[in-house]
Design a protein. Structure first.
Lengths: 112, 116
């Protein structure tokens, strides 16, 4: 089973709201990733967690705050977002940080 | 710097026709190469991958890809396309960061349309 789940599927939020995206996998993977994908563009890496520690932050603005409470769960906390942050947010996981990444279905975010 | 080029932004084929999607990469060491497919509004599904060994790689849904080091290419092929293959296809290279992490670098994608 190579399933990564993400909730919610869709999210609409105002620029003053605080919301969270959730990602979960039960494959025993120890690396988890957040990507941002704008329309008609490839995914862009935001964060990498390896063994529940933040390993890569691709210079993402602080209004995006990742959290990895345990090896199966990855959250992305959102605060004071801008309309240009509207995108599809994809979560991925891999057995280790050197292995194949498997993606979830994504959360489509609209910031008004 | 590592990069991936997918020369074809859009490709249209007839159902039942053969398909080849091109991918060229730039990477100093032996690359890890991937093809992912994305249906509209969905996540990315792994079609196949190349790490080492046999340069002809078989994937899901009848796809295959061939790694050619001399041409820095990893083209995706399918002998007979089905209407359900219409989607966006991304080629990616797994590049090692200074910390040893496997960072995926994606090409711009090729959008495949299938005519009945």
């Amino acid at each position: 089973d190579t399933e990564v789940t993400q909730t919610p599927k869709h999210l609409v939020m105002g620029m003053t709201n605080k919301k969270s995206l959730k990602c979960e996998q039960h494959m025993g993977h120890r690396a988890m990733y957040w990507y941002k994908q704008k329309a008609k563009k490839p995914p862009e890496l935001m964060f990498v967690y390896s063994y529940e520690k933040l390993s890569i932050n691709e210079s993402v603005p602080s209004r995006f705050s990742p959290e990895c409470p345990n090896s199966s769960l990855l959250n992305l906390h959102l605060h004071a977002l801008q309309p240009e942050d509207s995108a599809l947010y994809l979560c991925a996981s891999s057995l280790t940080y050197q292995e194949t990444q498997y993606f979830g279905p994504g959360t489509r975010l609209l910031v008004l | 710097a590592q990069s991936v080029t997918q020369p074809d932004i859009h490709i249209t084929v007839s159902e039942g026709a053969s398909l080849e999607l091109r991918c060229n990469y730039s990477y100093g060491a032996t690359p890890y190469l991937f093809w992912y497919v994305q249906s509209p509004g969905q996540g990315l599904q792994l079609l196949l991958k190349y790490f080492s060994g046999d340069t002809l790689v078989q994937g899901i849904k009848g796809f295959e890809a061939e790694f050619k080091r001399s041409q820095s290419s990893f083209n995706l092929r399918k002998p007979s396309v089905h209407w359900s293959d219409a989607a966006e296809y991304f080629c990616a290279v797994g590049a090692k960061t200074p910390g040893g992490y496997n960072k995926l670098i994606f090409g711009a994608g090729t959008r495949l349309a299938v005519h009945p």
